[in-house]
Design a protein around this ligand. Structure first.
Ligand SMILES: NC(=O)c1ccc[n+]([C@@H]2O[C@H](COP(=O)([O-])OP(=O)(O)OC[C@H]3O[C@@H](n4cnc5c(N)ncnc54)[C@H](OP(=O)(O)O)[C@@H]3O)[C@@H](O)[C@H]2O)c1
Length: 249
C-alpha cells in the first residue's frame, strides 16, 4: 500500500502508539486526523503538530461516533485509511472482587465494539475510494491470554478474529484490511499497568513498532506480528497449554 498522500484517521491518537503513528504518518506526507476523549490531550497534540486535525470522540459511545462520522466525512471527503487504535486495559480479579459491570462493558465497548462499529460506519465510504485501508490494533495477547487482564485479552482475541472476517468480506473491494498485534510496547498504557505484567517480555519502543508497521503496510503484509508476537502466535498454535501456563505462572 502506498503510505504517502493518504487521509488517515487514528482513533486514540493522543498518546503512545497512536501518537507515534500520527507523527510518522505526517512526516510521510499524509493528512492525519486523531481522536481521543480528553480535550486537553488533543490540544497538546495540536500544539505539537500544527498540521494535525483533532476531534473529541469517545469510540465507546455509539451516538458520538455516528455524529463524528458525519462531520469527519464532510470535512475530509478524501479520508481513505481508518486506524482503530483506541484501547484501554484493566486488571480484573474475578476470584476476590465483585466486579462493576460498567467497568467490563466499558472495556469491551472501547476495545472491541468501538472498532467494529467504526469499521461498519466507514466501510461504504472507504469502498468508494480508489485505494483504502483499515488497520486494527490487536495485541500479542490475542493469541495467549494474560489472566490478570481477562477482558482485555478476550477483546484482543476477538479483534483478531474480526479482522480475519473483515479481510475476507472486503477481499473483492479496494479496502485492504490490516491487523497489527503488538508485543509489549513502552507507552502510558503499559506505564500504568507495569512492565512485568507479561512474563519474559522485552518492551519495544513505540517508534520501533511504528517502523515495523509502516514497512508491512508498504509490503501489503496484512497480519503484522512485530517482535515477540510472531513467536507467541506460533507457540500458541503448536503448544497452546504450555504457553498459556508459562505466561501466567
Ligand atoms: N502498549 C502496549 O504494550 C500494547 C500492546 C499491544 C496492543 N496495544 C494496543 O495499542 C493501542 C494503543 O495503546 P497504547 O499502549 O498506545 O495506549 P495509550 O498510550 O494509553 O493510548 C491510548 C489512546 O487511546 C485513547 N482512548 C482511550 N479510550 C478511548 C475512547 N473510549 N475513545 C477514544 N479514544 C480513547 C487515549 O486517549 P484518551 O484517554 O484521551 O481518550 C489514547 O490516545 C490499544 O488498542 C492497546 O490495546 C498496546
Amino acid at each position: 500500500m502506498n503510505i504517502n498522500s493518504n487521509t488517515i484517521l487514528i482513533t486514540g491518537g493522543t498518546s503512545g502508539i497512536g501518537l507515534e503513528l500520527a507523527s510518522k504518518l505526517i512526516s510521510l506526507g499524509n493528512t492525519v486526523i486523531v481522536t481521543g476523549r480528553d480535550q486537553k490531550k488533543l490540544d497538546e497534540v495540536k500544539n505539537r503538530f500544527s498540521s494535525i486535525n483533532i476531534f473529541k470522540c469517545d469510540v465507546s459511545k455509539q451516538e458520538e461516533i455516528e455524529n463524528f462520522y458525519e462531520e469527519v466525512i464532510k470535512q475530509f471527503p478524501n479520508l481513505n485509511f481508518l486506524i482503530n487504535n483506541a484501547g484501554i486495559v484493566q486488571e480484573l480479579d474475578f476470584k476476590n472482587n465483585k466486579i462493576d459491570l460498567n467497568k467490563i462493558n466499558s472495556e469491551i465497548a472501547i476495545n472491541l465494539t468501538g472498532s467494529i462499529q467504526m469499521a461498519s460506519l466507514f466501510s461504504k465510504h472507504l469502498q468508494r475510494k480508489k485505494t483504502s485501508a483499515i488497520l486494527n490494533v490487536s495485541s500479542a495477547l490475542a493469541f495467549v491470554p494474560v489472566a490478570m487482564t481477562p477482558v482485555y485479552s478476550a477483546t484482543k482475541a476477538a479483534i483478531h478474529s474480526f479482522s480475519q472476517s473483515l479481510r475476507i468480506q472486503l477481499k473483492e473491494t479496494n479496502v485492504k484490511v490490516f491487523e497489527v498485534a503488538p508485543p509489549v510496547i513502552k507507552t502510558p498504557l503499559m506505564d500504568r499497568l507495569g512492565y512485568d505484567h507479561v512474563k519474559g517480555s522485552k518492551p519495544m519502543e513505540a517508534l520501533e513498532l511504528v517502523e515495523v508497521i509502516i514497512k508491512n503496510l508498504k509490503d501489503d503484509n496484512f497480519e503484522i506480528l512485530p517482535g515477540q508476537s510472531k513467536i507467541l502466535k506460533l507457540i500458541s498454535r503448536i503448544a497452546p497449554n504450555f504457553i498459556v501456563n508459562n505466561l501466567n505462572k
